[in-house]
Design a protein around this ligand. Structure first.
Ligand code: F0G
Length: 303
């Protein structure tokens, strides 16, 4: 059995030993070598398969901690705004904890599978006008009005839990990679990886893939106009000597297909943005690279 990440990394995260733990067995995801992608780009590429977390995305890493803390503080429920994966995760962990979940999402913006996850777990769905920013404002209002814990990545426990992916990568490779490639939506995950690697003593060069058309990209998980963590994420990227690559939807879909056909791993479109960015990042040949595949392909399948 794999230990929940809150148990495995309890001391590193400085979690209290008497914290009530709400867990679904998250973390300890496979780091899979990618020989064909490596050959294609002249690099040594590894794929961190975050789609194998309990609800199918990396969001579970932070949600286990955020919901555990909320339960410890006596919250009646949790609330978040989401492009879908945070929603699915919050709904599942709230169900596990026996508390309510309210999910705020923009009309037409969330994939059917992610909405189904939230519904199946019994969450209350609140639909608002298009735009992630409007959803975030409504989620804050609900948090205040109903005294629900706010579990977007602006909740520091979310970032804390997400740091554990960096610890696992260092453990698996024996050292930090030269480059970390990942999608850039709101920037919370970038911030979490940077903090995790900096705890370990080495920050890899951060290659961030964002949608060039943030507000209406086909990669619905990263359809976010204004990143909530822009300042911290881009500061970490600069500190690392990295870069942000703006990608067309065609580049994102092509990267998703390449990963699926050449390595047998199906990730959702947003999750392929890191690999798509890599091809344009001018990385030194032979570098060791970890591409973070943030969510499973079944979450947002091609139509
Ligand atoms: N990949 C996937 C599959 C995501 O669901 C998200 C964000 C990201 C990448 C970007 O991560 O925002 O930390 O830069 N999804 C959020 C959600 C916004 O509501 O599920 P980020």
């Amino acid at each position: 059995m794999r230990e929940p990440l809150a148990v495995r990394w309890r001391d590193r995260l400085q979690l209290p030993h008497d914290m009530p733990l709400v867990s679904l067995g998250e973390g300890s995801t496979p780091l899979v070598h990618a020989p064909r992608l490596s050959e294609r780009l002249g690099l040594d590429i590894w794929l961190k398969c975050e789609g194998l977390n309990p609800t199918g995305s990396f969001k579970d890493r932070g949600m286990t901690i955020a919901v555990s803390v909320a339960v410890g503080e006596g919250a009646r429920g949790v609330v978040c705004a989401s492009t879908g994966n945070t929603a699915a995760s919050a709904a599942a962990y709230a169900a596990r904890a026996g508390i309510e979940a309210a999910i705020v999402h923009s009309r037409g913006a969330v994939s059917a599978g992610k909405l189904a996850q939230a519904r199946v777990h019994g969450a209350r769905l609140v639909e608002v006008e298009p735009g992630f920013d409007a959803a975030l404002a409504t989620a804050r209002e609900i948090a205040e009005r109903e005294e629900f814990a706010f579990v977007n990545s602006l909740n520091p426990y979310r970032i804390l839990g997400q740091k554990t992916a960096a610890f696992e990568i260092v453990e698996d490779l024996g050292a930090a990679p030269d480059v970390l490639a990942l999608p850039y939506g709101g920037g919370g995950n970038t911030r979490a990886y940077a903090a995790g690697f900096e705890d370990e003593g080495t920050l890899p060069r951060l290659v961030l893939g964002e949608a060039s058309s943030r507000v209406d990209t086909l990669a619905s998980a990263i359809r976010i106009g204004e990143p909530a963590h822009r300042r911290e994420a881009e500061a970490a990227m600069s500190r690392s000597g990295g870069l942000v690559v703006a990608l067309t939807d065609e580049e994102i879909v092509e990267a998703q297909r390449t990963i699926a056909r050449e390595e047998g791993i199906f990730c959702e479109p947003a999750s392929a943005a890191g690999f798509a960015a890599l091809a344009r990042a001018g990385v030194e040949p032979g570098s060791r690279v970890v591409c973070v595949l943030t969510g499973h392909g079944l979450k947002d399948p091609p139509q």
